[in-house]
Design a protein. Structure first.
Length: 325
C-alpha cells in the first residue's frame, strides 16, 4: 500500500470510528440537549440517505413533537440535495407551517441547542412507531407540519392538467440502480406482465405514467405498451449507467435531483392506481394520497422493511402479480 492509499485508509478508519462513537453516545446526549430547549425540538440532519428516507425521519420527529407538545425545527443539510454547503434543503421544497418568526429568532439568537445527527437513531427516540404508525397518521402529520413549495405545487398541477386531464391513469414506478441492496431486483418482464394483468381487468385505463431512476426502463415500457399513451416526466437527472444519481453530490445539479424526486412522487400520487417496486419515493405517494390503490412488485428484505412500505405491503393488490419473482 503506497502513501496515498494509506492516507485514505486511515481517513476512512477515522470517520468510521467517529460514526461508531456518535451512534453509541448521541442517543444519550441528544435527549439531554433537547431537554431545556424552550419547547423547540431542533435537529440538523446531515445524512447519506435519499430524499424520502430523510423525510421519513422528519415524520418520526413530527410524531415525537406531537406526543410531547414540542415545536419541530428541522434542518436537512445533506450535500445530496443542497445548493450550497450546509444549506437547509427542506426549505427549498417545503414551507414549515408552524415555525413562526418568533421561533426562528429563538433558534437563531437564543439558547437553543441543535442536535447534529447523521442517523435518526442518534436522537434516542422510540422508533417502534415505525411498525405501528398508519399511512393516514403519517399523512396527517405531514399536512400539519409541511406544505409543498408553491412553485413546485403549481408545476405539478400544471403537468396534471396538461397530461392527465380527465383520463384514467395507471402509475408505474420502477426503482433500480442501488436498490438491490434492500430488495430483490424485479425483472422488467415481471413488471410488464403485472401491468397487462391490471389492464385486462381495468380496461378504462387511458394512460400509463412511468417513473424510474433508470431511463432505459421508461423507453422499454413505451415499446411494450404502444396501444396506450405512455408519458413520463422529462427528468434531467436520471441514471444512464446503473449508478444512483442522488448519492453523487459532485455530479449534476443537486437541487434538480431533489425537485425531480418530489415531482415524480407527487405525480404518482395523482394516478388512479399505482404499480411499484420497493422504494421510499413511490411509498411516499401513499402518504401524499393515502387512498391510492397499490400493487407492490417486490417486498423489501425483512431487515429493510421500514415504514411506509411495512404498512403499504399489507394491502397490496397481489392478485395482479404473475407469481413470485
Amino acid at each position: 500500500m503506497n502513501a496515498r492509499e494509506l492516507y485514505w485508509q486511515r481517513l476512512t478508519d477515522c470517520k468510521n470510528l467517529v460514526r461508531y462513537v456518535d451512534n453509541k453516545l448521541k442517543p444519550f446526549y441528544c435527549p439531554l440537549q433537547q431537554r431545556n430547549n424552550h419547547g423547540i425540538y431542533a435537529v440538523n440532519i446531515n445524512a447519506k440517505v435519499g430524499f424520502f428516507a430523510q423525510l421519513n425521519w422528519c415524520i418520526h420527529i413530527f410524531n415525537h413533537c406531537e406526543r410531547f407538545n414540542l415545536m419541530p425545527y428541522i434542518v436537512l443539510s445533506s450535500p445530496f440535495y443542497s445548493i450550497s454547503e450546509g444549506g437547509n434543503w427542506l426549505e427549498y421544497f417545503f414551507d414549515n407551517l408552524n415555525l413562526t418568526e418568533t421561533y426562528r429568532k429563538k433558534v437563531k439568537n437564543g439558547p437553543i441547542k441543535i442536535s447534529n445527527i447523521s442517523d435518526i437513531e442518534q436522537l434516542g427516540l422510540h422508533l417502534d412507531c415505525g411498525t405501528q404508525m398508519s399511512i393516514g397518521h403519517a399523512s396527517r402529520l405531514l399536512e400539519k407540519n409541511l406544505r409543498i413549495n408553491g412553485k413546485i405545487q403549481d408545476y405539478v398541477d400544471s403537468f396534471v392538467d396538461k397530461h392527465f386531464g380527465n383520463k384514467t391513469v395507471l402509475g408505474i414506478h420502477y426503482r433500480g440502480t442501488d436498490k438491490k441492496s434492500e430488495a430483490k431486483r424485479v425483472p422488467w418482464e415481471f413488471c410488464a406482465i403485472t401491468i397487462s394483468n391490471y389492464l385486462a381487468s381495468n380496461p378504462q385505463i387511458d394512460v400509463l405514467f412511468v417513473s424510474s431512476d433508470e431511463g432505459a426502463f421508461i423507453e422499454w415500457i413505451e415499446s411494450k405498451f404502444k396501444q396506450l399513451e405512455v408519458i413520463s416526466h422529462d427528468d434531467k437527472e436520471r441514471s444512464r449507467n446503473g449508478n444512483a444519481v442522488h448519492v453523487q453530490p459532485a455530479l449534476g445539479d443537486n437541487f434538480t435531483k431533489g425537485k425531480e424526486a418530489l415531482v415524480n412522487c407527487l405525480l404518482l400520487s395523482k394516478c388512479n392506481a399505482l404499480i411499484r417496486t420497493a422504494s421510499f419515493l413511490s411509498a411516499w405517494s401513499s402518504i401524499f394520497n393515502p387512498h391510492i390503490p397499490v400493487i407492490m412488485l417486490n417486498k423489501p428484505y425483512d431487515d429493510k422493511l421500514w415504514f411506509p412500505d411495512s404498512e403499504i405491503i399489507k394491502t397490496s393488490m397481489n392478485e395482479y402479480l404473475p407469481g413470485p419473482i
